[in-house]
Design a protein around this ligand. Structure first.
Ligand code: IPM
Ligand code: MG
Length: 364
């Protein structure tokens, strides 16, 4: 096959981990007889520096003309106080919104050989295998009004949390379909704050309605505060968790500790655009950010970015074997004891970003 990929490495450790992901991508393509036609573009702070916008129209066009986007990370401390339109994150929001990438899938699995790297007890981690389905184009991230202003001599700010029936029903349906397709516990946990928020009460109502179309799947409702607790109390009980944009953002950082490190979690952002390969247009992005504190040291964990390539092959091109080859290679290097510093534990071998990428390629 001929793959057409837009590569947006972005800021901080984004370029460091994306380079390794691309290396693995090229290796797997060569092994299975595919060709990658990829083009790189600036995004985030890197684009703001040079192009004065977090993402140019040309880069948006490049993404549109591609089958998938391989994304690194955006965000730099120097933009912390910049207005919204001049922030690196704006690129991410534009991409998500423009391509209607409403479903962000974030799988979290505990691998036994990584249990020592987690702060959570091994017996609690055993059997953790869940996916968070995060709504990605609605809620607080996009609601209007959203602004800073001054009134009555006081600084004020407002953000708005809107959801429509369409937005809720399509993400909840995605979660049920996933629960059905997965070889899991056949359970959807819908996370909300229905004791406080109107949007959550709408969400819960719609989730219950949709559940009646899926008699083979159990639906449970859980308040977000309780979900935060249960994620570390009994994480193995979860299968598919579906939730709104910001709750999903927060819970997935928490859930990354069930895997062992933020540096392990890949994600796929999918929408409505299907392709002729039986897959979907998607954007693939590690859940970790640009990590300015470790940028340039060459120690970032590239496994989340590499995991993104596996998700891309599966969700965009429907290539199961190729995707599995990457996942198996990741398992093999971890089994061998190779660890970037985020996962360091006694008895393991410390490697840097490039060495980890090379090790995965060697296992392919
Ligand atoms: C994520 C990130 C982004 C988000 C940031 C960088 C805006 O935290 O993808 O989880 O909040 O969506
Ligand atoms: Mg986040």
């Amino acid at each position: 096959m001929l793959f057409k990929i837009a590569v947006l490495a972005g800021d901080g450790i984004g370029p460091e981990v994306t380079r390794e992901a691309l290396k693995v991508f090229l290796a797997v393509a060569a092994k299975f007889g595919h060709t990658i036609n990829y083009e790189e573009a600036l995004v985030g702070g890197a684009a703001l520096e040079v192009e004065d916008t977090a993402i140019t129209e040309a880069s948006m066009q490049l993404c549109k003309a591609s089958d998938a986007i391989l994304f690194g990370a955006v965000g730099l401390p120097k933009y912390d106080n910049a207005p919204m339109a001049k922030r690196p994150e704006e690129a991410l929001f534009r991409l998500r919104k423009t391509f209607e990438l409403f479903a962000n899938l974030r799988p979290v699995k505990n691998l036994p050989m990584l249990q020592a790297a987690s702060t959570i007890k091994p017996e609690t981690l055993a059997g953790v295998d869940l996916v968070v389905v995060r709504e990605l184009t609605g809620g607080l991230y996009f609601g209007q009004p959203a602004k800073r202003y001054v009134e009555d001599g006081q600084r004020k700010a407002i953000d708005t949390l809107p959801y429509t029936e369409l937005e809720v029903s399509r993400i909840v349906r995605t979660a049920f379909e996933l629960a059905r397709a997965r070889n899991g516990k056949k359970r959807v946990t819908s996370v909300d704050k229905a004791n406080v928020l109107n949007t959550s009460r709408l969400w819960r109502e719609i989730a219950s309605e949709i559940a009646s179309e899926y008699p083979d799947i159990e639906l449970e409702h859980m308040l977000v505060d309780s979900a935060a607790m249960n994620l570390i109390r009994r994480p193995a009980a979860f299968d598919v968790i579906v939730t709104e944009n910001m709750f999903g953002d927060i819970l997935t950082d928490e859930a990354s500790m069930l895997a062992g490190s933020m540096g392990l979690l890949a994600s796929a952002s999918l929408g409505t655009r299907h392709n002729e390969y039986g897959g979907q247009f998607g954007m693939y992005e590690p859940i970790h950010g640009s990590a300015p504190d470790i940028t340039g040291q060459g120690i970032a964990n590239p496994l989340a970015a590499i995991g993104c390539v596996a998700m891309l092959l599966r969700s965009t091109y429907n290539l199961q074997e190729e995707a599995s080859a990457i996942e198996t290679a990741i398992m093999a290097v971890l089994e061998e004891g190779l660890r970037t510093p985020d996962l360091a534990a006694a008895g393991t071998t410390r490697v840097n970003t490039v060495q980890m990428g090379d090790a995965v390629v060697a296992k392919l």
